[in-house]
Every structure is written in structure tokens, then in C-alpha cells.
Design a protein around this ligand. Structure first.
Ligand SMILES: Nc1nc2c(ncn2[C@@H]2O[C@H](COP(=O)(O)OP(=O)(O)OP(=O)(O)O)[C@@H](O)[C@H]2O)c(=O)[nH]1
Length: 262
């Protein structure tokens, strides 16, 4: 029998995480939906498999040097590296959570922003439930490129299957006034993209955990509700496979990514 290690205490999410800015927010809500709550509480549902490990895939895209790797490393390892080291192809982390009492994992795929690695990275956009498009708040032209990054990532996925986020990094480099101005532009862009906007600093850690908690909560609830709609408890993830099948698919993706990265 396989026993998963316990989820670390700081990955337990019991109340629904708030959005950053109500003007560019995917869902205005304070709590899990009653349907999702019922599904999580219902013991018989649990026994049929709702409390088996669920996994969602998030891909992080954006121009080179905007801070994608630092964002992921701040959340997953609580570190910040001031030296730039380009991502070659793709890299990934898996974070385990407990949401509404159930185990849940988020695969976070870090992709290369450099043009020459794009063809490797884009092969991993497929099967995402979450697309995180990143720009550098101190370099406004990177915001203009986010639309293109999002379209490319969406192009590899089924329509209307992904939650979209627009994340501005390096807010520590801006004055309060500059930050406000950039956020105004970003909120406008996020609304046009149907994405939720967040403003973070991986250097100070500001808003980083809050952001990933929000991602995990929205993706988890969506997985639970879709599962209920299907009338069964085997959770569909990615491009349609059942959890078991997708675990195999994800294993092979992870294996391929390891080969690419090493
Ligand atoms: N001040 C500040 N610097 C940051 C922040 N996030 C990232 N950086 C710096 O920005 C540079 C690029 O960060 P990365 O995370 O490597 O950028 P990336 O988007 O992953 O780049 P590619 O792998 O080429 O796509 C590094 O020198 C980081 O130290 C931040 O929040 N604040």
C-alpha cells in the first residue's frame, strides 16, 4: 500500500483565498461553492475516490527575464536568486496541498522565455488547467507581449478549459506611484484577456503565497465540480484522461522534461 507523506502545515488551505484586485478577478467569492463543499464532506463520495490525490497542471509563460523561475522558486523553496540563469526548455515543481480537507497537488511548469527554446517549451503547454502569464512591472513592454504568450498557450488547449492569470513581478523595484500606474494598465489588459491580475515580488515574497493559494483553490474547486458533473468520482484532468491514465501521461511528460532539462 502506498502512503503519501503528510502535507506541510503551511500548505493547508481551509478558507477560500481572496483575489488581489476585484476589478480583474476570476471569481468574486468568499467561500467554496456549496456543491463543492458537499462533495468534499460526503464520506461516501470520499470513499469512491474524491479524496484520492488530484493533480492540476499550471504552465508559467512570459518573456525572458521577467521572473518566472524566481516566482516559482519563492513559492516552492522560499528562496530568491538575484543572478539570472535562463531556463532551458522547461522545468517543473510539484506542490502538495490540503484543500477543504482533501489532498491536492499542483504541477507548476516553468517554461523558457528565450525564443530559441520556445519550441521545446511550447510542447508542454498541452493539458494545462491553469495558464500563468508573467510580465515584469519594471519593463512595461513585457506587458504588451503577454497577450501573445497567452494565445500560444491557449492554442495548445481545449477552449474554455483553463483558468488564466496575469502576474506582474518585481513590484519591489517600483515606487508606489509607478506601481499604481502599472497596475492600472495591467488590470485593463487582464480584463481584456479574461484573466485574474496579481502584483507580486519574488524578492520580498509579497503576495507570492497568496497568489499560488488562489490558483490552487480555483483549480481544485473546478476539478471537484467537473467531476460531479460527470457523475463519477474519477477526476478528469489535463486533456481528458482519467486521473490514473493522466498520471501515466504526466509521468512520461515529467520523464521527457527531465531529459530536456538535463
Ligand atoms: N528585484 C527583483 N528582481 C527579480 C524579481 N523576480 C526576478 N527578479 C530578477 O530577474 C531576473 C530574471 O529572473 P528569472 O526568474 O530567472 O526570469 P525568467 O522569466 O525565468 O527568465 P527565462 O528563464 O529566461 O525565461 C533575475 O536576475 C532575478 O533575480 C523580483 O520580484 N524583484
Amino acid at each position: 500500500m502506498h502512503f503519501a507523506p503528510p502535507v506541510s502545515r503551511n500548505r493547508i488551505i481551509s478558507t477560500f483565498p481572496k483575489c488581489y484586485n476585484p476589478q480583474a478577478c476570476l471569481q468574486m467569492k468568499e467561500d467554496w461553492s456549496s456543491k463543492a463543499k458537499l462533495a468534499c464532506r460526503d464520506r461516501s463520495t470520499r470513499q469512491q475516490g474524491l479524496d484520492r490525490l488530484k493533480m492540476s497542471k499550471a504552465v508559467v509563460v512570459g518573456d525572458l527575464n521577467v521572473g518566472k523561475t524566481c516566482l516559482i522558486n519563492r513559492f516552492c523553496k522560499d528562496v530568491f536568486n538575484r543572478d539570472y540563469k535562463a531556463t532551458i526548455g522547461v522545468d517543473f515543481e510539484i506542490e502538495r496541498f490540503e484543500l477543504s480537507g482533501l489532498p491536492y497537488s499542483l504541477q507548476i511548469w516553468d517554461t523558457a522565455g528565450q525564443e530559441k527554446f520556445k519550441c521545446i517549451a511550447s510542447a508542454y503547454y498541452r493539458g494545462a488547467q491553469v495558464i500563468i502569464t508573467v510580465f515584469d512591472m519594471a519593463d512595461i513592454k513585457t506587458l504588451e507581449h503577454t497577450r501573445q504568450w497567452l494565445m500560444e498557450a491557449l492554442g495548445e488547449n481545449e477552449p474554455n478549459t483553463c483558468f488564466m492569470f496575469l502576474v506582474g513581478t518585481k513590484r519591489d523595484l517600483l515606487s508606489a506611484e509607478e506601481c499604481q500606474r502599472t497596475e492600472r494598465d495591467a488590470v485593463k489588459m487582464a480584463s481584456e484577456m479574461n484573466a485574474e491580475f496579481w502584483s507580486v515580488s519574488s524578492k520580498t515574497g509579497e503576495n507570492v503565497q497568496e497568489f499560488f493559494f488562489r490558483v490552487a483553490a480555483l483549480a481544485f474547486e473546478d476539478a471537484v465540480l467537473k467531476d460531479m458533473e460527470l457523475g463519477n468520482c474519477s477526476v478528469k484532468i489535463g486533456d481528458g484522461g482519467i486521473l490514473k491514465g493522466d498520471t501515466a501521461q504526466q509521468d512520461s511528460e515529467v520523464h521527457a522534461a527531465r531529459k530536456t532539462c538535463c
